[in-house]
Write a protein that binds this ligand. Structure first.
Ligand SMILES: *[C@@H]1O[C@H](CO)[C@@H](O)[C@H](O)[C@H]1NC(C)=O
Length: 392
């Protein structure tokens, strides 16, 4: 009797605690802080003031962006904050200035720095990049362009249900972060747009990217130096340049990439499927413990590729070989169609050959016939059906 009474009292106290935590504070609504969702009035100050209040709050805080189009210049949401649970709930659209020069020389359009426990839920981020891409395509002198959404030196980040349209440069960048979960993200830009990588991860650990759809002009996901414990699952990629580890080995002293899982990916009409790419020059970089599993290739130019001779314009690496060591890479259950005859290409470093490459149940065709494989300086094993016949 005494026991069950105290149990009831305890659970009531618990329910009360949860309620008061949830009801903590009314959200900071950018429309109540001077923001206007008319697509014309610049609302940057309202966002900065909402962030200042949320960041100064000792309790969890919500910033709310209602329906409408909010014109936003480049902005940094910086920590550290007084709490570690700030949620941006976005019902509307954040719009970059239509003149690309306004944010085009900033590294980022919307940037989070030194924050802990930030969630972004919903919303459309419209980077308005098309005029800048046209400027670049015309070979004029143009600003390099801003990344749409960037997280740096931050921990415990969640992004879900966010749509990123027409970024000037990379759509989403995760740099120097730990514990990041992205899901149900949609990236959309022209297949011709330059350097518009979907999600780029570097110098970060424990990053998960799930259930997302990426159509863009560069890599759907690019994985840079210093990435570890990365999990990518259930992604539709295309158009785009595929999922790429690299470019690695640009710098002499460089952190490696380790423990990456890429599974259940569909590639549509992409330039590459599963790629590892390094510069052909000396470096301490490496890539190891990589699993590529369950991928479907539909008309992909280079479905499986390791390219260690990357050297754009043949500058900065003549006669040099890549120092990047690639090992323990598994390709399992990869099938579909190649748009070129060579569906599997391992072009590894002559100084540090690729080692322990495993192929299991790979079947790729070219024009309804077996495709080809080409290997240089690559060693490993194959199991089950492997078509094209392994050259390892
Ligand atoms: C590899 O990364 C995953 C997360 O992607 C993690 O769960 C796992 O523990 C890591 N494995 C090792 C050996 O560190």
């Amino acid at each position: 009797m005494a026991n069950s009474t105290s149990l009831i009292v305890l659970s009531l106290a618990f329910v009360f605690m949860i309620n008061s935590a949830l009801a903590a504070k009314a959200p900071y609504n950018v429309a109540s802080l001077g923001g206007k969702g008319d697509g014309k009035t610049e609302s940057t100050k309202a966002f900065i003031s909402a962030w200042a209040k949320a960041c100064a709050s000792a309790e969890p805080a919500v910033i709310y962006v209602p329906r409408g189009r909010f014109l936003l210049h480049n902005v940094v949401f910086a920590g550290p904050c007084k709490n570690n649970a700030i949620t941006f709930r976005i019902a509307g659209t954040l719009v970059a200035p239509s003149d690309y020069r306004v944010i085009g020389n900033a590294d980022n359009w919307i940037s989070f720095e030194d924050v802990e426990g930030v969630t972004i839920s919903g919303g459309i981020l419209d980077g308005k990049g098309t005029d800048l891409w046209a400027c670049k395509a015309a070979g004029k002198s143009c600003p390099s362009g801003a990344t749409t959404l960037s997280f740096s030196n931050s921990n415990d980040i969640k992004v879900s249900g966010v749509i990123s349209l027409n970024s000037q440069m990379f759509h989403i960048v995760i740099n120097g972060c730990h514990n990041v979960k992205m899901q149900s993200v949609k990236v959309s830009a022209s297949g011709q747009s330059p350097n518009t990588d979907g999600i780029h991860v570097q110098m970060s650990s424990s990053v998960t990217i799930l259930n997302s759809k990426i159509a863009t002009g560069d890599d759907c996901v690019s994985i840079g130096p210093g990435t570890s414990d990365l999990w990518i699952e259930n992604i539709k990629c295309g158009p785009g340049h595929g999922i790429s580890i690299g470019s690695l080995g640009k710098d002499q002293e460089e952190a490696g990439v380790q423990n990456v899982t890429v599974k259940s990916i569909t590639f549509f009409n992409t330039q590459n499927g599963l790629r590892i790419k390094s510069w052909g020059r000396p470096s301490t970089g490496f890539a190891k413990d990589i699993l590529f599993q369950h991928a479907v290739m539909l008309n992909v130019q280079n479905p499986i590729v390791i390219d260690q001779n990357y050297c754009p314009d043949n500058k900065g690496c003549p006669g040099q070989v890549s120092g990047v060591k690639i090992s323990d890479v598994t390709y399992q259950d990869i099938h579909g169609t190649s748009a070129t005859e060579v569906a599997v290409k391992f072009d590894c470093s002559s100084k540090y050959p690729c080692s322990n490459i495993k192929m299991k149940d790979v079947k790729l065709t070219y024009k309804n016939q077996a495709a080809e494989a080409s290997c240089s300086h690559a060693a490993g094993t194959s199991h089950g059906t492997v078509q094209p016949t392994s050259c390892l």
